[in-house]
Write a protein that binds this ligand. Structure first.
Ligand code: CTP
Length: 401
Protein backbone atom coordinates (compact mmCIF):
# COMPACT_ATOMS: atom_id res chain seq x y z
CA UNK A 1 0.00 0.00 0.00
CA UNK A 2 2.91 2.32 0.60
CA UNK A 3 4.72 1.26 -2.53
CA UNK A 4 6.49 4.24 -4.09
CA UNK A 5 5.37 6.63 -1.37
CA UNK A 6 8.02 9.13 -0.33
CA UNK A 7 8.06 9.59 3.41
CA UNK A 8 10.19 11.80 5.65
CA UNK A 9 10.64 10.28 9.08
CA UNK A 10 11.38 13.05 11.59
CA UNK A 11 12.78 11.81 14.88
CA UNK A 12 13.12 13.93 18.02
CA UNK A 13 14.97 13.14 21.22
CA UNK A 14 12.91 10.80 23.34
CA UNK A 15 13.53 7.48 25.03
CA UNK A 16 11.05 6.20 22.42
CA UNK A 17 13.48 7.13 19.59
CA UNK A 18 14.55 3.47 19.33
CA UNK A 19 11.06 2.65 18.07
CA UNK A 20 11.69 4.98 15.12
CA UNK A 21 14.20 2.45 13.77
CA UNK A 22 11.53 -0.24 13.77
CA UNK A 23 9.10 2.20 12.18
CA UNK A 24 11.64 2.96 9.46
CA UNK A 25 12.03 -0.76 8.70
CA UNK A 26 8.28 -1.35 8.63
CA UNK A 27 7.74 1.57 6.25
CA UNK A 28 10.47 0.26 3.96
CA UNK A 29 8.93 -3.23 4.10
CA UNK A 30 5.65 -1.71 2.92
CA UNK A 31 7.48 -0.32 -0.10
CA UNK A 32 7.93 3.28 1.02
CA UNK A 33 11.03 5.29 0.23
CA UNK A 34 12.09 6.86 3.53
CA UNK A 35 14.47 9.70 4.29
CA UNK A 36 15.23 10.62 7.87
CA UNK A 37 15.71 13.91 9.68
CA UNK A 38 16.92 13.96 13.28
CA UNK A 39 16.99 16.61 16.00
CA UNK A 40 20.37 17.00 17.74
CA UNK A 41 19.21 15.29 20.95
CA UNK A 42 18.30 12.01 19.20
CA UNK A 43 21.97 11.02 19.44
CA UNK A 44 21.61 10.90 23.23
CA UNK A 45 19.26 7.93 22.74
CA UNK A 46 20.07 6.30 19.36
CA UNK A 47 23.06 6.70 17.06
CA UNK A 48 22.70 8.43 13.70
CA UNK A 49 24.56 5.50 12.15
CA UNK A 50 21.57 3.21 12.77
CA UNK A 51 19.36 5.40 10.60
CA UNK A 52 22.10 6.06 8.09
CA UNK A 53 22.90 2.37 7.58
CA UNK A 54 19.23 1.59 6.92
CA UNK A 55 18.63 4.42 4.46
CA UNK A 56 21.79 4.47 2.39
CA UNK A 57 22.87 7.59 4.17
CA UNK A 58 19.61 9.50 3.59
CA UNK A 59 19.77 11.21 6.98
CA UNK A 60 19.77 14.92 7.69
CA UNK A 61 20.75 15.94 11.20
CA UNK A 62 22.72 19.13 10.83
CA UNK A 63 21.36 22.19 9.08
CA UNK A 64 24.87 23.41 8.36
CA UNK A 65 26.34 20.27 6.86
CA UNK A 66 25.78 19.23 3.24
CA UNK A 67 23.82 21.47 0.89
CA UNK A 68 22.50 24.68 2.43
CA UNK A 69 19.03 23.98 1.03
CA UNK A 70 18.74 20.25 1.82
CA UNK A 71 15.75 20.95 4.06
CA UNK A 72 13.86 22.63 1.20
CA UNK A 73 14.66 19.77 -1.15
CA UNK A 74 13.37 17.28 1.40
CA UNK A 75 10.27 19.35 2.09
CA UNK A 76 9.29 19.39 -1.56
CA UNK A 77 10.27 15.74 -2.23
CA UNK A 78 7.95 13.99 0.23
CA UNK A 79 4.36 12.74 0.02
CA UNK A 80 4.19 12.69 3.83
CA UNK A 81 6.25 13.76 6.83
CA UNK A 82 5.80 11.81 10.07
CA UNK A 83 7.44 13.04 13.26
CA UNK A 84 7.78 10.01 15.56
CA UNK A 85 8.51 10.36 18.37
CA UNK A 86 7.43 14.00 18.63
CA UNK A 87 8.59 15.37 21.99
CA UNK A 88 6.89 18.19 23.90
CA UNK A 89 9.80 20.44 22.92
CA UNK A 90 9.57 19.67 19.20
CA UNK A 91 5.78 20.05 19.20
CA UNK A 92 6.11 23.42 20.96
CA UNK A 93 8.69 24.61 18.44
CA UNK A 94 6.65 23.35 15.49
CA UNK A 95 3.54 25.11 16.74
CA UNK A 96 5.45 28.39 17.07
CA UNK A 97 7.38 28.17 13.82
CA UNK A 98 10.74 28.02 15.56
CA UNK A 99 13.44 26.81 13.23
CA UNK A 100 16.64 26.05 15.11
CA UNK A 101 17.33 22.53 13.85
CA UNK A 102 17.09 20.45 10.68
CA UNK A 103 13.80 18.74 11.59
CA UNK A 104 12.05 22.05 12.19
CA UNK A 105 13.43 23.53 8.97
CA UNK A 106 12.13 20.52 7.01
CA UNK A 107 8.74 20.85 8.74
CA UNK A 108 8.44 24.52 7.76
CA UNK A 109 9.53 23.76 4.20
CA UNK A 110 7.25 20.72 3.83
CA UNK A 111 4.52 21.01 1.22
CA UNK A 112 3.14 17.59 2.06
CA UNK A 113 0.80 16.58 4.91
CA UNK A 114 2.54 16.25 8.28
CA UNK A 115 1.70 13.78 11.06
CA UNK A 116 2.99 13.87 14.61
CA UNK A 117 3.14 10.91 17.00
CA UNK A 118 3.68 12.43 20.45
CA UNK A 119 5.78 10.71 23.11
CA UNK A 120 6.40 12.16 26.55
CA UNK A 121 5.62 11.76 30.21
CA UNK A 122 1.99 11.79 31.34
CA UNK A 123 2.16 15.18 33.07
CA UNK A 124 3.90 16.74 30.10
CA UNK A 125 1.27 15.34 27.74
CA UNK A 126 -1.69 16.61 29.76
CA UNK A 127 -0.05 19.98 30.44
CA UNK A 128 -2.28 22.73 29.01
CA UNK A 129 0.69 24.11 27.00
CA UNK A 130 1.27 20.80 25.23
CA UNK A 131 -2.47 20.43 24.62
CA UNK A 132 -2.59 23.98 23.21
CA UNK A 133 0.41 23.29 20.96
CA UNK A 134 -1.19 20.12 19.61
CA UNK A 135 -4.43 22.00 19.13
CA UNK A 136 -2.80 24.81 17.15
CA UNK A 137 -0.83 22.31 15.04
CA UNK A 138 -4.10 20.50 14.23
CA UNK A 139 -5.61 23.84 13.24
CA UNK A 140 -2.68 24.30 10.88
CA UNK A 141 -3.59 20.97 9.27
CA UNK A 142 -1.01 18.79 11.04
CA UNK A 143 -2.43 15.35 11.79
CA UNK A 144 -1.88 14.52 15.48
CA UNK A 145 -1.88 10.82 16.24
CA UNK A 146 -3.16 9.64 19.61
CA UNK A 147 -0.81 8.43 22.34
CA UNK A 148 -0.90 5.12 24.12
CA UNK A 149 -1.53 4.89 27.83
CA UNK A 150 0.27 2.73 30.37
CA UNK A 151 3.68 2.32 32.00
CA UNK A 152 6.02 5.11 30.97
CA UNK A 153 9.80 5.04 31.04
CA UNK A 154 9.75 7.37 34.06
CA UNK A 155 7.78 4.85 36.10
CA UNK A 156 4.59 6.91 35.89
CA UNK A 157 1.42 5.36 34.57
CA UNK A 158 -0.72 7.41 32.22
CA UNK A 159 -1.00 8.81 28.70
CA UNK A 160 2.06 9.78 26.67
CA UNK A 161 3.42 6.56 25.18
CA UNK A 162 4.44 6.60 21.57
CA UNK A 163 2.04 4.51 19.48
CA UNK A 164 3.57 1.19 18.53
CA UNK A 165 5.36 1.29 15.14
CA UNK A 166 2.75 -1.08 13.66
CA UNK A 167 -0.03 1.30 14.75
CA UNK A 168 1.80 4.27 13.23
CA UNK A 169 2.17 2.37 9.95
CA UNK A 170 -1.59 1.69 10.15
CA UNK A 171 -2.26 5.42 10.58
CA UNK A 172 0.02 6.20 7.62
CA UNK A 173 -1.78 3.65 5.45
CA UNK A 174 -5.11 5.16 6.51
CA UNK A 175 -3.81 8.56 5.52
CA UNK A 176 -2.99 7.40 2.00
CA UNK A 177 -6.25 5.46 1.85
CA UNK A 178 -8.05 8.68 2.80
CA UNK A 179 -6.55 10.48 -0.16
CA UNK A 180 -7.57 7.64 -2.46
CA UNK A 181 -11.01 6.81 -1.00
CA UNK A 182 -13.34 9.64 -0.10
CA UNK A 183 -16.93 8.40 -0.37
CA UNK A 184 -18.15 11.24 1.86
CA UNK A 185 -16.57 13.96 -0.28
CA UNK A 186 -19.00 16.90 -0.43
CA UNK A 187 -21.23 15.43 2.32
CA UNK A 188 -21.83 16.97 5.73
CA UNK A 189 -21.56 14.92 8.91
CA UNK A 190 -22.53 16.09 12.40
CA UNK A 191 -21.20 14.32 15.48
CA UNK A 192 -21.83 14.97 19.17
CA UNK A 193 -19.25 13.87 21.71
CA UNK A 194 -18.25 14.01 25.34
CA UNK A 195 -20.22 14.69 28.49
CA UNK A 196 -22.40 17.67 29.35
CA UNK A 197 -22.07 19.74 32.52
CA UNK A 198 -25.19 20.88 34.31
CA UNK A 199 -24.37 23.68 36.78
CA UNK A 200 -25.76 23.70 40.31
CA UNK A 201 -24.07 26.89 41.43
CA UNK A 202 -20.96 28.86 40.35
CA UNK A 203 -18.61 26.10 41.58
CA UNK A 204 -20.43 22.80 41.09
CA UNK A 205 -21.97 20.82 38.29
CA UNK A 206 -23.46 17.41 37.49
CA UNK A 207 -21.64 15.45 34.81
CA UNK A 208 -20.63 11.89 33.86
CA UNK A 209 -17.53 9.85 33.01
CA UNK A 210 -17.64 10.29 29.22
CA UNK A 211 -14.17 11.13 27.82
CA UNK A 212 -15.40 11.96 24.31
CA UNK A 213 -12.91 9.51 22.75
CA UNK A 214 -15.52 7.56 20.78
CA UNK A 215 -17.06 10.72 19.26
CA UNK A 216 -13.66 12.18 18.40
CA UNK A 217 -12.66 8.91 16.71
CA UNK A 218 -15.89 9.10 14.67
CA UNK A 219 -15.14 12.70 13.69
CA UNK A 220 -11.60 11.76 12.62
CA UNK A 221 -12.94 8.86 10.55
CA UNK A 222 -15.63 11.01 8.89
CA UNK A 223 -12.91 13.53 7.91
CA UNK A 224 -10.75 10.66 6.64
CA UNK A 225 -13.63 9.67 4.36
CA UNK A 226 -13.75 13.19 2.96
CA UNK A 227 -16.76 14.63 4.83
CA UNK A 228 -17.20 18.17 6.02
CA UNK A 229 -17.39 17.43 9.74
CA UNK A 230 -18.95 19.43 12.56
CA UNK A 231 -18.13 18.10 16.02
CA UNK A 232 -20.35 19.45 18.79
CA UNK A 233 -18.33 18.65 21.88
CA UNK A 234 -18.94 18.79 25.59
CA UNK A 235 -15.89 19.51 27.80
CA UNK A 236 -13.03 17.08 27.01
CA UNK A 237 -9.23 17.02 27.12
CA UNK A 238 -8.96 15.83 23.54
CA UNK A 239 -7.25 17.37 20.53
CA UNK A 240 -9.60 18.29 17.67
CA UNK A 241 -8.96 15.88 14.79
CA UNK A 242 -7.58 17.35 11.56
CA UNK A 243 -10.10 18.83 9.12
CA UNK A 244 -12.86 18.90 11.74
CA UNK A 245 -14.79 21.98 12.82
CA UNK A 246 -15.40 21.82 16.56
CA UNK A 247 -18.17 23.65 18.37
CA UNK A 248 -17.66 23.68 22.15
CA UNK A 249 -20.69 23.47 24.43
CA UNK A 250 -21.19 22.76 28.09
CA UNK A 251 -24.83 22.07 29.02
CA UNK A 252 -27.41 19.78 27.40
CA UNK A 253 -29.40 22.86 26.38
CA UNK A 254 -26.33 24.37 24.66
CA UNK A 255 -25.73 21.08 22.87
CA UNK A 256 -29.38 21.00 21.78
CA UNK A 257 -29.07 24.51 20.30
CA UNK A 258 -25.72 23.85 18.60
CA UNK A 259 -27.07 20.64 17.03
CA UNK A 260 -30.29 22.21 15.78
CA UNK A 261 -28.41 25.19 14.33
CA UNK A 262 -26.84 22.87 11.74
CA UNK A 263 -28.84 19.61 11.76
CA UNK A 264 -30.99 20.33 8.71
CA UNK A 265 -27.87 20.74 6.52
CA UNK A 266 -26.40 17.35 7.43
CA UNK A 267 -26.49 14.07 5.55
CA UNK A 268 -25.28 11.91 8.44
CA UNK A 269 -25.80 12.66 12.14
CA UNK A 270 -24.18 10.60 14.89
CA UNK A 271 -24.97 11.36 18.51
CA UNK A 272 -22.37 9.77 20.72
CA UNK A 273 -22.45 12.41 23.47
CA UNK A 274 -23.39 11.34 26.97
CA UNK A 275 -26.04 13.99 27.50
CA UNK A 276 -27.38 14.58 31.00
CA UNK A 277 -30.99 13.40 31.18
CA UNK A 278 -31.72 15.78 34.08
CA UNK A 279 -30.51 19.25 35.01
CA UNK A 280 -30.97 21.25 38.22
CA UNK A 281 -34.31 23.09 38.29
CA UNK A 282 -32.54 26.16 39.68
CA UNK A 283 -28.96 27.31 39.25
CA UNK A 284 -27.94 29.18 42.41
CA UNK A 285 -26.21 32.48 41.71
CA UNK A 286 -24.08 32.12 44.81
CA UNK A 287 -22.29 29.04 46.12
CA UNK A 288 -24.76 26.77 47.95
CA UNK A 289 -23.74 26.79 51.64
CA UNK A 290 -24.16 23.67 53.73
CA UNK A 291 -27.07 23.76 56.15
CA UNK A 292 -28.69 20.58 57.54
CA UNK A 293 -27.54 16.96 57.31
CA UNK A 294 -29.31 16.36 54.00
CA UNK A 295 -29.65 18.29 50.82
CA UNK A 296 -32.31 17.54 48.20
CA UNK A 297 -31.88 18.72 44.68
CA UNK A 298 -34.76 19.24 42.31
CA UNK A 299 -33.87 18.07 38.83
CA UNK A 300 -35.86 18.54 35.66
CA UNK A 301 -35.66 16.65 32.35
CA UNK A 302 -33.38 17.97 29.63
CA UNK A 303 -34.50 17.86 26.02
CA UNK A 304 -33.69 14.61 24.28
CA UNK A 305 -31.54 15.94 21.46
CA UNK A 306 -31.41 12.68 19.52
CA UNK A 307 -35.18 12.19 19.70
CA UNK A 308 -35.82 15.76 18.55
CA UNK A 309 -33.51 15.27 15.55
CA UNK A 310 -35.28 11.97 14.79
CA UNK A 311 -38.64 13.79 14.76
CA UNK A 312 -37.49 16.21 12.04
CA UNK A 313 -35.29 13.71 10.15
CA UNK A 314 -35.42 14.17 6.39
CA UNK A 315 -35.59 11.29 3.90
CA UNK A 316 -31.94 11.66 2.84
CA UNK A 317 -30.60 11.82 6.39
CA UNK A 318 -29.01 8.91 8.25
CA UNK A 319 -29.30 9.11 12.02
CA UNK A 320 -27.16 7.14 14.46
CA UNK A 321 -27.60 6.99 18.23
CA UNK A 322 -25.76 5.32 21.07
CA UNK A 323 -27.21 3.32 23.91
CA UNK A 324 -25.67 2.36 27.19
CA UNK A 325 -27.57 -0.41 28.88
CA UNK A 326 -26.80 -2.57 31.87
CA UNK A 327 -29.56 -5.18 31.25
CA UNK A 328 -31.58 -6.46 28.28
CA UNK A 329 -29.19 -4.54 26.03
CA UNK A 330 -30.40 -5.61 22.58
CA UNK A 331 -34.14 -5.26 23.34
CA UNK A 332 -33.71 -1.89 25.03
CA UNK A 333 -31.48 -0.59 22.25
CA UNK A 334 -33.96 -1.76 19.60
CA UNK A 335 -36.75 0.03 21.45
CA UNK A 336 -34.62 3.20 21.54
CA UNK A 337 -33.94 2.89 17.82
CA UNK A 338 -37.70 2.80 17.09
CA UNK A 339 -38.64 5.49 19.61
CA UNK A 340 -36.03 7.95 18.37
CA UNK A 341 -36.50 7.16 14.65
CA UNK A 342 -32.89 6.05 14.14
CA UNK A 343 -31.28 4.15 11.27
CA UNK A 344 -28.58 2.59 13.42
CA UNK A 345 -27.93 2.30 17.13
CA UNK A 346 -24.59 1.48 18.74
CA UNK A 347 -24.99 -0.50 21.93
CA UNK A 348 -22.12 0.09 24.35
CA UNK A 349 -20.94 -2.58 26.69
CA UNK A 350 -20.03 -1.54 30.20
CA UNK A 351 -19.45 -5.09 31.39
CA UNK A 352 -16.38 -5.95 29.34
CA UNK A 353 -12.92 -5.02 30.57
CA UNK A 354 -11.46 -2.28 28.39
CA UNK A 355 -14.84 -1.08 27.09
CA UNK A 356 -16.77 2.09 27.80
CA UNK A 357 -15.86 5.32 29.56
CA UNK A 358 -12.33 6.66 29.26
CA UNK A 359 -10.79 3.58 27.61
CA UNK A 360 -9.04 3.68 24.25
CA UNK A 361 -10.88 0.49 23.34
CA UNK A 362 -14.56 -0.30 23.10
CA UNK A 363 -16.87 -3.27 22.61
CA UNK A 364 -20.12 -2.52 20.85
CA UNK A 365 -23.01 -4.12 19.04
CA UNK A 366 -24.37 -2.40 15.93
CA UNK A 367 -28.15 -2.70 15.55
CA UNK A 368 -29.69 -1.63 12.27
CA UNK A 369 -33.22 -0.59 11.53
CA UNK A 370 -34.85 -3.85 10.52
CA UNK A 371 -33.19 -5.76 13.30
CA UNK A 372 -29.87 -6.97 11.91
CA UNK A 373 -27.29 -6.96 14.70
CA UNK A 374 -23.52 -7.17 14.50
CA UNK A 375 -21.58 -7.81 17.68
CA UNK A 376 -18.01 -6.53 17.38
CA UNK A 377 -15.08 -7.76 19.46
CA UNK A 378 -13.10 -5.46 21.77
CA UNK A 379 -11.19 -3.09 19.48
CA UNK A 380 -9.68 0.41 19.47
CA UNK A 381 -12.20 3.23 19.34
CA UNK A 382 -10.84 4.29 15.95
CA UNK A 383 -11.41 0.74 14.65
CA UNK A 384 -14.98 0.89 16.04
CA UNK A 385 -15.44 4.23 14.25
CA UNK A 386 -14.36 2.62 10.98
CA UNK A 387 -16.84 -0.24 11.48
CA UNK A 388 -19.66 2.22 12.17
CA UNK A 389 -18.93 4.12 8.95
CA UNK A 390 -18.63 0.90 6.97
CA UNK A 391 -22.12 0.04 8.23
CA UNK A 392 -23.44 3.53 7.41
CA UNK A 393 -21.94 3.50 3.91
CA UNK A 394 -23.57 0.13 3.19
CA UNK A 395 -27.03 1.64 3.73
CA UNK A 396 -26.91 5.38 3.18
CA UNK A 397 -27.01 6.89 -0.29
CA UNK A 398 -25.63 10.38 -1.03
CA UNK A 399 -28.12 12.92 -2.40
CA UNK A 400 -25.92 13.79 -5.36
CA UNK A 401 -24.02 10.57 -6.09
N1 CTP B 1 -29.29 11.59 24.09
C1 CTP B 1 -29.60 12.87 23.66
N2 CTP B 1 -30.15 13.77 24.50
C2 CTP B 1 -30.42 13.44 25.78
C3 CTP B 1 -30.13 12.13 26.24
C4 CTP B 1 -29.57 11.23 25.36
O1 CTP B 1 -29.34 13.19 22.49
N3 CTP B 1 -30.95 14.35 26.58
C5 CTP B 1 -28.73 10.62 23.15
C6 CTP B 1 -27.31 10.17 23.39
O2 CTP B 1 -26.38 10.99 22.70
C7 CTP B 1 -27.33 8.74 22.86
C8 CTP B 1 -28.75 8.29 23.03
O3 CTP B 1 -29.52 9.48 23.23
O4 CTP B 1 -27.06 8.73 21.47
C9 CTP B 1 -29.01 7.30 24.14
O5 CTP B 1 -28.98 7.86 25.36
P1 CTP B 1 -29.30 7.00 26.72
O6 CTP B 1 -29.07 7.90 27.86
O7 CTP B 1 -28.60 5.70 26.69
O8 CTP B 1 -30.78 6.60 26.55
P2 CTP B 1 -32.07 7.37 26.89
O9 CTP B 1 -32.83 7.44 25.63
O10 CTP B 1 -31.76 8.63 27.59
O11 CTP B 1 -32.85 6.34 27.83
P3 CTP B 1 -32.51 5.80 29.30
O12 CTP B 1 -31.80 6.89 30.03
O13 CTP B 1 -33.83 5.46 29.83
O14 CTP B 1 -31.66 4.59 29.10
Amino acid sequence: MLSGKKIILGVSGSIAAYKAILLLRLLQKEGAEVKVVLTPSVSKFVGELSFSALTNGEVLSDLWEGGWSDHVALGTWADLMIVAPATANTLAKMSHGICDNALLAVYLAARCPVMVAPAMDADMYIHPRTAANLHSLAEDGVIPLPVGSGFLASGLIGPGRLLEPEEIVGEIKDHFARIAYQPLQGQSVLITAGPTREPLDPVRFITNHSSGKMGYALAAQAATLGAKVTLVSGPTQLVTPAQVERVDVSTAQEMYEAVHAVASQQQIIIMSAAVADYTPAQVAHQKIKKKGDDLSLELIRTKDILKSVGETKQAHQFLVGFAMETENGIENAQRKLEKKNLDLIVLNSLRDKGAGFGHDTNKVTLIERGGTTKELPLMSKSAVAKEIFTQILAHWKPINP
